[in-house]
Design a protein around this ligand. Sequence first.
Ligand code: GLC
Length: 473
Amino acid sequence: MEIFHISAECYPVAKVGGLADVVGALPKYQNNAGHHVRVIMPCYDTKFRQENEFECVHWGHLKLGNFSFPFNILKEKSDKLEFELYLVEIPELFDRKEVYGYEDDIERFLSFQIAALDLIISRNEIPDVINCHDHHTGLIPFIMLYCDKYQKLRNTPSMITIHNGLYQGQFGFDKLYYLPEFDLAHVKVLEWDNCINSLAVAIKCAWAVTTVSPNYLNEINYSANGLESLFNLVRHKSKGILNGIDEEVWDPATDGMLEKNYSIKNFEKGKQENKEKLCNLFNLDPSKPLFSFIGRLLEEKGGDLLPHAAALALSENFQQINILILGSGNAVIENQLNSLLSDYKGNFNTFIGYNEELAHLIYAGSDFLLMPSRVEPCGLNQMYSLRYGTIPIVRRTGGLKDTVIDFGDDGNGICHDQASVGDICYSIQRAVDLFQDKKSLNKIREIGMKTDHSWGRVCQEYVEIYNLIISKK
Ligand code: GLC
């Protein structure tokens, strides 16, 4: 099967969050399962772009209303990612360090979508399926169906995979003229809540809608930032597919970013050596339980609860626990966390920013991983931590509910229900008690390390949906 994935992120080319990990892994596993898989993403000014060789396979001009942008499509020469990677180079819009956060993001991602489709229609073969990811690619299913220039793709199935429904890519109808020409009889399809809403458009027009976990699909029927009723309407073409993890990248036995490799046979010793290295780096005490957080410091991830929960847990367990936070995001949260540094020196530390190598060491060297998310469509960190023998402490929401079961129910982690400081601290207290009981602790770690979250199994579920929509052609 010929599959195109179109996405704003893909690891290791450019990563902001879990979207990149998924789009870096799923295509690889699909390719290795015998499909012909290509990924198209924007060409940002990243290390990967600078350090690898590309050839220009297509070029043109795209029109965005009255603006015209020259673009090139660059293909990575070696196929080292185990799928074909195409970068859309639009220097004026994407030759920047960051992936998102610019005033012209609407123009940037709309241009990207147009150029990606230009590449696809320039080829002789028509793909079997086009898998879009999140709102940055949400107008593609509409353009394929209704814009004259792309009518070659009218009968090609498209699918939207929703990694995060909170972000929807809305913009005003004053920018309607940016879209390639289409019959205005269809203009209503673009509308949701008086705006053009890219995610809503994708949900309406794509042949199938997937979310990144089954439980998230249930949740968005009553909590989806205004799209609830739309999700209800498209239930018949929706499915929740739990993400996998790339078990080649995330394997404590071979991970080159660790101080010491280990497997289920020697994890106690292996984890301790990584913990010592980590504690050394952050001036923490390796004999005490280490609780870590890795991720974006946003309300959505429960980031606003962290400073208060950390302060309370540290004062309740004075000098008995360590807490380490790796992440960046909301400046207020960052400052609140940093303000705890002097009071809890030796038991608390932060790394404000993102560092992939450090993240790996933290998964290996921590005892517990905190994920107090308010919203978590899937969550990959709990899966990484399980694989590294680190016990996740999660709020039961989205994909966290699908993947982490409380140890009181013979599960692999510690769970609570409320996004509150009280619930987090209660879970930390249970973890502190568990830490004293090494036999139970190790049993739970083993259960986690044995859990199968490989893409190998999951990627077949994607192919089944592709087959289903292809059969409707
Ligand atoms: C987004 C979601 C996260 C999910 C990831 C990959 O970052 O917030 O829950 O795991 O996408 O699908």
